[in-house]
Design a protein around this ligand. Structure first.
Ligand SMILES: *Cc1c(COP(=O)(O)O)cnc(C)c1O
Length: 403
């Protein structure tokens, strides 16, 4: 076989479909977010970033930066090993205590990423609880799907946020079999939010465990930033709450929170936790500082929500087809892969506005979109520039206006 030709053909397929991914070569500037330098063939330009998941700007928060610098000076760069073999530093312990307390759970466990947290937790439970059935929302993130697949347990997929279908799927399962309902709170591509209380009512009625991915909600919802389950007063009814340290908290790493026995079980049996070097002490120290800061500063969340609502309203008033998101995500429908990429390229070339096109398989074909994530640091002037550029772009490309 000609292996090189195989790889090149696969890439050519993506290009023909208009969904070949190119990465912006950015230089983030601490203290200047949402501005960044963008390295291109013709030189370096200053751009305004409108699509980062650093939702609160915590990646440049001075308290976080100081904590990380101090931890590097005191403890060095790397953690020294896997958690079991010399890689548990005091900051890991403090961070896990903080996360458990944030979610009002007895225990928490950190992983190298949110992806690994989902993959490890779901695959370990799916493998080890004999005969378990995973009941999964059809729009669950790739990391949850990967975990359930790896478990090779039985799965049932319910229609997105559809309570009737969830109930129907649970009713199909032989009585007495163990089951787990796995879902997210904020779905990050449409910006919709799960009816958590209703899902819990149904899961409880059927004796199912519950697993929620609050990756796009931790730091951002609830009085202390513990997520939508905190906002809705439901944390104590959820068995496993999963989150990331990378988005609202601005750094890197993932975690779960739940009962002492469940967390000890994943700590003791979860391959993705056991067999990988732990996050560096400075990362843990930065995450700890970030969680503490975000917990104590509810005004960050209020400003974040206000910025998102304002951008949605301004797009709507300008005839830009913003999708009906109920969260901080501001998706704008384009509906075509090639046009979506072109829209993104032109915003960058004409207006120094950086928003990445979102194409299949991240979203279904025909629903390609631009996904804006305003932060507390995006000003009214930034929005003036953006809305003006979008209106000109929509006219130039002949894109569909709002219905
Ligand atoms: C980003 C994401 C993850 C993975 O989290 P990382 O910390 O980036 O690995 C998990 N779930 C959802 C819904 C995500 O969007």
């Amino acid at each position: 076989m000609n292996y090189e030709k195989f790889f090149a053909d696969k890439i050519a397929d993506l290009k023909a479909e208009g969904r070949y991914r190119t990465f912006a070569d950015l230089e983030r500037q601490a203290g200047a977010y949402p501005l960044a330098k963008n390295h291109q063939d013709h030189g370096v330009e200053q751009v305004t970033v409108w699509c980062a998941n650093d939702y609160l700007g915590m990646a440049q928060n001075p308290v976080v930066l100081e904590a990380m610098k101090a931890a590097i000076d005191q403890h060095g760069a790397g953690s020294g090993g896997t958690r079991n073999i010399s890689g548990t530093n005091h900051y890991h312990v403090l961070l896990e205590e903080e996360l458990a307390s944030l979610h009002h759970k007895p225990a928490a466990l950190t992983f190298t990423s949110g992806y690994v947290a989902n993959m490890t937790t779901l695959s370990t439970i799916g493998q080890m609880i004999k005969n378990i059935v995973m009941v999964s929302d059809e729009q669950n993130h790739n990391s949850m799907i990967a975990g359930m697949r790896h478990a090779r347990c039985d799965k049932k997929i319910f229609r997105h946020n559809d309570l009737k279908d969830l109930e129907a799927k649970l009713n199909e399962i032989e009585p007495g079999r163990p089951k787990m309902v796995a879902f997210e709170s904020v779905y990050s591509m449409d910006g919709d939010i799960a009816p958590i209380a209703d899902i819990l009512d149904i899961a409880e009625k059927h004796g199912a465990m519950t697993f929620i991915d609050e990756v796009h909600a931790v730091g951002l919802y609830g009085e202390h930033g513990a997520g939508v389950a905190e906002r809705d007063g439901l944390m104590d009814r959820i068995d496993i709450i999963q989150g990331t340290l990378a988005k609202g908290f601005g750094i890197v790493g993932g975690y779960i929170a739940g009962s002492a026995a469940m967390v000890d079980f994943i700590r003791s049996y979860g391959d993705g936790f056991i067999f990988s070097t732990s996050i560096p002490p400075a990362i843990a120290a930065g995450a700890l500082a970030s969680v503490r800061y975000v917990r104590a500063h509810n005004e960050l969340r209020e400003t974040h929500q206000e910025r998102a609502a304002t951008l949605k309203r301004r797009f709507r008033d300008a005839g830009i087809p913003v999708m009906p998101s109920v969260s901080h995500i501001v998706p704008v429908m384009v509906g075509d892969a090639v046009l979506c990429k072109q829209a993104s390229d032109e915003l960058l070339a004409h207006d120094n506005i950086y928003v990445q096109p979102i194409n299949y398989p991240t979203v279904p074909r025909g629903t390609e979109r631009l996904r804006f994530t305003p932060t507390p640091l995006h000003t009214d002037a930034d929005m003036d520039k953006l809305v003006d550029a979008m209106v000109r772009l929509w006219a130039r490309l002949g894109l569909k206006a709002a219905a």
